[in-house]
Design a protein around this ligand. Sequence first.
Ligand SMILES: Nc1nc2c([nH]c(=O)n2[C@@H]2O[C@H](COP(=O)(O)OP(=O)(O)OP(=O)(O)O)[C@@H](O)[C@H]2O)c(=O)[nH]1
Length: 124
Amino acid sequence: MINVVCGIIYKGDRIFIARRKAGKSMAGKWEFPGGKVERGESEEMALKRELLEELGMLVTVKNKLGSNVHAYKDFKINLVAYKCDFVNASFKLTDHDRFEWVTPKELLNYDLTAADIPLVELFV
Ligand SMILES: Nc1nc2c([nH]c(=O)n2[C@@H]2O[C@H](COP(=O)(O)OP(=O)(O)OP(=O)(O)O)[C@@H](O)[C@H]2O)c(=O)[nH]1
């Protein structure tokens, strides 16, 4: 099982989502950005590191919202979501080709990764 942490990043009442770029696994799918938790790292540390690496984004990590175990065809992930407050970002995208700030209700209009869909119910 792969441990992945993602941020439900708020700016006012809008949430940040980004689309995985061509060449990545699940290219074209929208997600809550984040990434794999490395050995010796806390979930909060991993999330801050990934957001800085992938988006040049600084956030304040708040409470854990919940998690979802999802079995894809080839692997299984435990996706843990943390509420975050946006601070600032360069938006220099390394792993994504688009991003949007959306209202919670708009989220399900996007083609999210399968693992993300149950997470949406935690805050909509
Ligand atoms: N960051 C992130 N990853 C997700 C989400 N939902 C989801 O299924 N994943 C999956 O979790 C795994 C870890 O994501 P990652 O993007 O950090 O992985 P990576 O760059 O190290 O490797 P990769 O290029 O093989 O995807 C990927 O297989 C990704 O597709 C999500 O909302 N956020």
